[in-house]
Design a protein around this ligand. Sequence first.
Ligand code: HEM
Length: 395
Amino acid sequence: MVPRTTFAAAVPLPWGLLVGVLVGLLWAAGRLLNRLWWQPRRLERVLSSQGFRGTSYRFLTGDLKDFARLNQEAWSRPLPLRCHDIAPRAIPFLYNNMREHGKTSLSWFGPIPKVTIADPELAKDVLSSKFGHFEKPRFPALFKLLLLPTENNRKMCRINKEIGTILRDLIEKRIQAIKEGESTRHDLLGLLLESNMRETDGTGKSGMAMTIEDIIGECKLFYFAGMETMSVLLTWTMVVLSMHPEWQDRAREEVTMILYEVLRLYPPGNKISRKTYKEVELGGIVYPAGVIVEMSVLMIHHDPDIWGSDVHEFKPDRFSEGICKASKGHAAFLPFGWGPRICIGQNFALLEAKIALCMILQRFEFELAPSYTHVPHIVVAMHPMHGAQVKLRVI
Ligand code: HEM
């Protein structure tokens, strides 16, 4: 007779695999808990033991909920026209935190501690650092979200591919033209390609040369870094000159100090961020690795201790004797950053803005349309939330 075998006896349980999966799951859970709880708590202890003040860590979300709530409240209340005291509306969470805890205060970007600095000397120390203690923050977890196949992500992916194809095509045509002896037309792409081709020395290979992908990256960087910032600078200049028409006449003679004053009151980049990569001492405090350090350009530009009691007024002639005099010797004018990563496009930006503004002022006078509401709003750069409705009149 054939012996009967049960199914369990025929297929033995893969205990090794099960234990392996369990250990893997426990390890992943431990790592997650470390990132979301133990590490933030450890960093909080290190900072508060040195007298640091700010909000306490709340699991996972940190201050994000309060941040969103205060923004919603602020956006629903437009400012009176001609009011340039914009920090309480444009960055309400940070503004409150600083009022409560001082000019260097702690808050939480999810589980990552964030120290915001509104002291120009400390900010310049961070931005001037050349020893690799402070790096530009990267958020790999946020980038991973872009891989999810949502409709929006698919659209972004499609647009990204399309931009890549257009740029690759443009670059290849320019390389061909240079090879055939055509002039580089002295624009940035031409100069970049010419110097890159010199690097490859005709062999097509060199450790120093950039790849086509690198060049595409540079084109995108210059476009994005230069386009949004410039457009909001000109937008705010038109809005502010509409609020102060007496300055339109004076602007026809002197535009630089007007642009400086708009950049002070409405800096397109309201903050500059870094992250500590190693333990570092700054202003008598030891910062552990993994802390975001954020220089609040907006708070520095709106600080009455630096600029005087008229800090929220539009007074371009405070710059009549230069930037240093305007900030009473503090050198606290940081719209283009500071140190080795200072904006490479700043001279170009000011020249472009002056030319554009002069062309507008020579042809038009302008005033705000009744539909304009004054709500400075930050989406990467600072924009007027509901647009800049301005009436132009030919002169
Ligand atoms: C009003 C106009 C502009 C403002 C307020 C502005 C502001 C800034 C600031 C604050 C930084 C420093 C960022 C940091 O330290 O992390 C920066 C970097 C930079 N800017 Fe500008 N910028 C302006 C216009 C331009 C223009 C017109 C160009 C190019 C034509 C440009 C190209 C760049 C580049 C390539 C960087 C370096 C980015 C990096 O280091 O990752 N910017 N800009």
